[in-house]
Design a protein around this ligand. Structure first.
Ligand code: SF4
Ligand code: SF4
Ligand code: SF4
Ligand code: FES
Length: 946
């Protein structure tokens, strides 16, 4: 599609009633009260010239280009700051107005380089457009006076430049950074002629607080803030609408190309999840897709110590299918299995789980959600009857109280984090339960009412104590509970027991009892209170219990089933919701229906023409255990680097090394592919055709921006392997796969590519009862009928600090990197985070003789790693924190194999550790090559087949 500029109505919408009637250039216009005259005119098809106004920002009224005449009013007011009034008669075009506008343009142009022909913005510049629209023909002041033309360009940011010579000081970038991004990194410093944009206190962009989300670049009407790719490649000429492939926010982007080259990713204003906003990953970090490290041809080898050899697709597919069949022949049909990927599309996940159930003939399929949000699926399904969050993102705009638990949205879900910040600036109250002082606890114009730096592993105790307060202080919503829930009396008796009191929890969590009671009262009072949570809740031995405890709390307070409330998981991967929905679990077919249900099996058996086993298959950790034990012999891992991402690396490596056949499908060689016999090249999101589902159940289209660099789509590869194994899986395109998903899965019954193309996106359930999807769930009635209260006794993890391992390690992500870093490490995002760092409290550092920046050794009962320390009071004493973005760190070498009782989700968030300074040359020296380097590729796995 050629590039068409999205309409800009000048100022934000003011939804609702009452409405106002007015006249603009003789036309009758009816708009909601509070609408600006500029927007009202644009809605009526009258474009008033403008420069400092844009519809993503509140108006500022500085450029005076949008002046109008109003009958009975003296002067020429700016229409962007002028609200409509009943009976107003506005004139937008007159000789006088033209004179004023040309005067404004003359001033701008007299201090402007006017090198349009060589400017990267040439053809995409509002200043240029306005010179044309206003009929500017001369500049009476000349170009000789004092000017800014020699101002130095700031090229410090890896992705965009700032050229002050072209700046018209319209403040759009400053307002975008404040209003949209919520970072407040930019200001207008100086006054009059000396006024200019400054990043921080006179620093360059890179050194400033700028988070490079691109809101300023997006807002700039000139070439002042300009993408470096546009400077190098020229303006794009065509566009494809698609979805970001990083996090679970699921932002919509226009991929803009010149020929076949991707020039830039521009956030889509009508994107249901992002509404025109973006973060540094989706906006700029797409270079990995064309990185020379990409594997583009299948690689094969007999033994994992052999060199790889390139193969054609036919040979690779035959090799994989033949070996899988031979292994099954020798070791039984259940000796093989697969892992689906939350990085891939729903359609790709659907065919992988079908391959396992129909071609492998077992249910040994699991997903990387096992290691992140499996407890969400279990806990929410138990309480409400569905395994997903209850709200859409927009719902937070109506929350009065936000309870944020174990999540760090400004780093891990940045676009939603910005939305949450906006609501907090509007006055919503914030309660943070997190060991770390995350940014939201205190950042510009935001301060949490309560931050409970609870000891890792005590979520359930604190949530129970909050619920105890609600129940014992008579704050429960008895009408809601009476009408809509079951099991309340039994649960209330349990939760009111002394062992669930704030005093007990305070002792366990290392906080004050009153600091539990007060936020509990605030949450209960609402009137609209919403819970948002992340992996800091799920990745615990009691992850599922904590999810149910949050559900109990929300039901007791009546905060479900309407806007502004709910229980909302902030899901990690771009398609983790979808990969779960598509039947990736060993016990569930698509739509979370148990494999033991004969009627459900029959639906798929009829379509696939084969029998499905009624017993659940192996979970991911069970596959590893069975591989070590020798009964599980072959694995197909789709787009996941389990050696880096799964806990207890030594055990994972032992399992993979024991396999007769490991097939890895990925974009790059990875830590996991070191143990593979076959590496099938994968496709980047720019090559995929299908759908992702984000954290709010929103089904977004992923459209191919370019053909697969590997020559084959991943769904085609899976179909071919299945056919070579004897299961005749055939589709012409991913749209057909979605049609089959819709035909077999009630929550998706109304979904089709045509519907998504016409509506943009829909949130499931989308079926005849909700043909345009369901933004808010459980309105009036829970999916399971009555919401179910379940007692959630606190059972401490067995992982405790000891004399040998006195600190608790918890892990997480940072803004610029993504998970194991396979993508972001291959982009300029390395500028911000080139290594994993250990955050440690000053007291713990001093006790160990550690200074800021020192190399330290971190040891747990599972292993040992080396990294650099950062001393920070954001950590409570006794707790240390690191990220896991760099393989050289091998952060998961030290995490244990403790896991959630219900789902086996690993307990990444609690590991007892010791930290010591490395002493070069002494016995305390650390291994500079990193932890994974010490995991030698073991002796060749016995090749027993083939
Ligand atoms: S910013 Fe716009 S007006 Fe200025 S030189 Fe570039 S294209 Fe021309
Ligand atoms: S950098 Fe761009 S958006 Fe910011 S003040 Fe200058 S012209 Fe306006
Ligand atoms: S918030 Fe998430 S989905 Fe949106 S641009 Fe950033 S990484 Fe992509
Ligand atoms: S657009 Fe209204 S004053 Fe600039």
């Amino acid at each position: 599609m050629t590039i068409v500029k999205e309409p800009d109505l000048g100022t934000p919408a003011k939804p609702g009633t009452p409405v106002v009637e007015l006249e603009i250039d003789g036309r009758l216009v009816v708009v909601p009260e509070g609408t600006s005259v500029l927007r009202a005119a644009a809605l009526a098809g009258v474009d008033i010239p403008k420069l400092c106004a844009t519809d993503s920002l509140e108006p500022f009224g500085s450029c005076r280009l949008c002046v109008v005449e109003v009958a009975g009013v003296k002067g020429t007011p700016s229409s962007c700051t002028l609200p409509v009034a009943p009976g107003m008669a506005v004139t937008t075009q007159s000789e006088r107005l033209g004179r004023v506008r040309r005067g404004v343009m003359e001033l701008y142009i007299s201090d402007h380089p006017l090198d349009c022909l060589t400017c990267a913005a040439n053809g995409d510049c509002e200043l240029q457009d306005m010179a044309g629209v206003t009929g500017l023909r001369e500049v009476r002041y000349g170009y000789e006076g004092e000017n800014h033309l020699a101002a130095e360009k700031d090229t410090s940011n890896p992705y965009f430049t700032f050229d002050p010579a072209k700046c018209i000081v319209c403040s759009r970038c400053v307002r975008a950074c404040a209003q949209v991004q919520g970072t407040f990194a930019l200001t207008i410093s100086g006054q009059g002629f000396g006024a200019g944009v400054s990043a921080g206190a006179g620093e360059d962009f890179l050194a400033s607080e700028c988070v490079s989300g691109g809101a300023c670049v997006q807002a700039c009407p000139t070439g002042t803030l300009q993408e470096k790719t546009v400077i190098v490649l020229g303006l794009p000429t065509r566009t494809v609408l698609t979805t970001c492939a990083y996090c679970g926010v699921g932002c919509s982007f226009k991929a803009e190309l010149r020929g076949s080259e991707l020039v830039r990713m521009v956030p889509f204003k009508d994107g249901g999840a992002n509404e025109g906003h973006s973060c540094v990953k989706g906006r700029f970090a797409f270079g990995y897709a064309s990185h020379p490290d990409r594997v583009l041809k299948p690689l094969l080898r007999e033994r994992i110590t052999d060199e790889w050899r390139e193969a054609e697709w036919d040979e690779a597919i035959t090799f994989v299918a033949r070996r899988l069949l031979q292994i099954q022949d020798k070791h039984g049909p259940r000796s093989i299995g697969a892992i689906t990927s939350s990085r891939t599309t729903n359609e790709e996940v659907y065919v992988v789980q079908q391959m396992v159930r129909a071609a492998f003939g077992n249910n040994n399929v699991d997903t990387c959600a096992r290691v992140c949000h499996a407890p969400t699926g279990y806990g929410l399904s138990q309480a409400f009857g569905t395994s997903a969050g209850t709200q859409d993102f927009r719902s937070v705009d109506e929350a009065d109280v936000i309870l944020l638990i174990g999540a760090n949205p400004t780093d891990a879900h940045p676009v939603f984090g910005s939305r949450m910040k906006r609501r907090l600036r509007e006055g919503a109250k914030l309660i943070v339960l997190d060991p770390r002082q995350i940014d939201l606890v205190r950042s510009p114009h935001i301060e949490a009412q309560y931050h409970l730096p609870l000891r890792p592993g005590t979520n359930v105790a604190v949530l129970n104590a909050m619920a105890h307060t609600v129940v014992t202080q008579g704050l429960a919503d008895s009408a809601f509970v009476g009408e809509r829930c079951e099991g309340y009396a039994e649960w209330a008796e349990f939760i009111a027991r002394p062992e669930n009191s704030p005093e007990e929890a305070a002792e366990l969590a290392g906080v004050l009892a009153d600091d539990i009671r007060a936020p509990a009262r605030l949450y209960a009072a609402g009137p609209n209170s919403a819970i948002y949570y992340g992996l800091g809740v799920t990745e615990h031995s009691q992850g599922s219990t904590a999810v149910m405890a949050m559900a109990n709390l929300a039901m007791a307070a009546g905060h479900l089933g309407r806007r502004g409330v709910g229980v909302n998981p902030l899901r990690g991967q771009n398609n983790v919701q979808g990969s779960c929905d598509m039947g990736s679990f060993p016990h569930e077919l698509p739509g979370y229906r148990h494999v033991s249900d004969e009627s459900v099996r029959a639906i798929f058996e009829n379509i696939w023409g084969t029998k499905i086993l009624s017993e659940p298959g192996l979970r991911l950790p069970n596959m590893f255990d069975a591989a070590v034990a020798g009964s599980f012999r072959a694995m197909y891992i789709h787009g996941e680097d389990v050696v880096q991402s799964d806990p207890n690396t030594h055990h994972v490596v032992a399992a993979l090394s024991a396999l007769d056949l490991l097939v890895v499908q990925d974009l790059f060689r990875s830590e996991t592919s070191k143990y593979a016999h076959v590496l099938l090249p994968g496709t980047s999101f720019l090559e995929k055709d299908g759908t992702f589902i984000n954290a709010e159940r929103r089904i977004n289209r992923v459209r191919p921006v370019m053909p697969p660099a590997t020559g084959k789509h991943e769904w085609e590869i899976v179909c071919e392997i299945s056919r070579a194994m004897g299961h005749d899986m055939r589709y012409d395109n991913p749209s057909q796969i979605m049609d089959e998903i819709a035909a077999t899965t009630p929550t998706f019954a109304g979904v089709s590519f045509d519907l998504l193309d016409s509506l943009g996106s829909v949130q499931w359930p989308c079926n005849p009862a909700a043909p345009e999807g369901t933004p808010i769930m459980h309105v009036g009635k829970f999916v399971r009928g009555k919401g179910k209260f379940t007692p959630t006794p606190y059972v401490p993890t067995t992982e405790r600090s000891t004399r040998r391992f006195p600190l608790l390690l918890t892990t997480g992500r940072i803004l610029s990197q993504y998970n194991v870093g396979a993508q972001t490490r291959r982009t300029a995002n390395l500028t911000w985070h080139s290594q994993d760092i250990l955050d440690i409290h000053p007291h713990d550092a001093t006790e160990r003789g550690i200074s800021d920046g020192d190399e330290v050794r971190l040891t747990s009962r599972a292993g040992e790693i080396t990294l650099r320390a950062r001393i920070t009071e954001r950590m409570p004493a006794g707790v240390v924190y690191t990220t896991f973005h760099h393989p050289v760190t091998g952060a998961n070498v030290v995490t244990t194999d403790n896991s959630d009782w219900a789902t086996n989700c690993p307990e990444y968030k609690v590991t007892a550790v010791q930290v010591a300074a490395c002493m070069p040359g002494a016995s305390g020296a650390c291994d500079p090559a990193g932890a994974l380097a010490s995991l030698d590729v073991p002796a060749p796995a016995a090749v027993t087949v083939g």
